[in-house]
Design a protein around this ligand. Structure first.
Ligand code: MF3
Ligand code: CO
Length: 266
């Protein structure tokens, strides 16, 4: 069942989504070679708790951390660990917060400079595909219009792999609500998008094969061929004739640009 939110609920989801965004922006100031993903996770958890919220992911189906941090060939759901990050790493950070009864959920892939040109392209194509999908998140369209826009750009235009096993989703009182929002599909197919539906769109793009494998930890999803992957996620409220993105990359991108140890294309 796809829930339609009231305007008041949308504003509460926006508040949670923007707290996720500011958490990611905070992490952007700390990212550098030598820092561990466990340290990033600890900072994120403290920041979230300081802002009167709780991390959505912790204990979600037994997930043991506040954040998912997926490095290089890890696609999503990476466990924060004590390995030091190094130059050339792609670090995908996924954060969820629960505040005032509603979840926010957003992800961003950072590159530790210098980043190989093919990885820079992987990052820009993945982020651009997210915005192409978001453009279709307007009332009257269907979920498949979002899915097609992402897949067409990523696979047909750029020949990167669109991950099939994991999808975007509705968002609200629950972290994962209906509908599922795949990053591949057909124009005009799937559920109709209606005013005040809230969804998370999250393309996961692989440099090589779209196929993935599960790590022995039971959570971490990795590319089958070991090539790198990128992941960006925004929350959006469906409206008539316009796109209302609830999360924001603005401060993340600003901090990314100001951190000379990070790759930035701004
Ligand atoms: N953003 C992720 C998603 O929507 C959330 C991670 S799931 C968790 O699937 F289990 F790690 F919490
Ligand atoms: Co999500």
């Amino acid at each position: 069942m796809i829930l339609i939110k009231t305007n008041a609920e949308v504003e509460l989801i926006r508040e949670s989504a923007l707290l996720v965004s500011s958490t990611l922006a905070e992490l952007a100031t700390l990212l550098k070679p030598g820092i561990t993903t466990a340290m990033l996770d600890k900072h994120a958890e403290e920041y979230i708790l300081d802002n009167k919220a709780v991390p959505s992911f912790k204990n979600y189906h037994g997930y043991p951390f506040a954040t998912c941090i997926s490095v290089n060939d890890a696609v999503v759901h990476g466990f924060p660990n004590n390995n030091e990050l190094k130059e050339g790493d792609l670090v995908s950070i996924d954060v969820g917060v629960y505040k005032n009864g509603y979840h926010g959920d957003s992800a961003y892939t950072f590159g530790l400079a210098p980043v190989l040109e093919m990885h820079q392209l992987l990052m820009s194509v993945t982020k651009a595909s997210l915005y192409l999908g978001l453009e279709k998140a307007i009332a009257g369209n269907r979920v498949g219009d979002i899915s097609f826009a992402i897949q067409d750009f990523t696979e047909r235009k750029h020949h990167f792999g669109v991950v099939r096993e994991l999808v975007g989703h509705g968002l609200g009182k629950q972290l994962h609500e209906d509908p599922q929002v795949p990053n591949y599909g057909k124009k005009g197919a799937g559920p109709k998008l209606r005013d005040n539906m809230v969804i998370a769109i999250e393309p996961m793009t692989n440099l090589g094969t779209r196929d993935v494998i599960y790590d022995t930890d039971g959570w971490t999803v990795r590319t089958k061929d070991g090539k790198f992957s990128a992941h960006y996620e925004h929350d959006v409220c469906v409206k008539r004739g316009r796109v209302d993105i609830l999360s924001s990359f603005e401060n993340i991108e600003l901090n990314e640009k100001n951190n000379t140890l990070l790759f930035s294309n701004y």
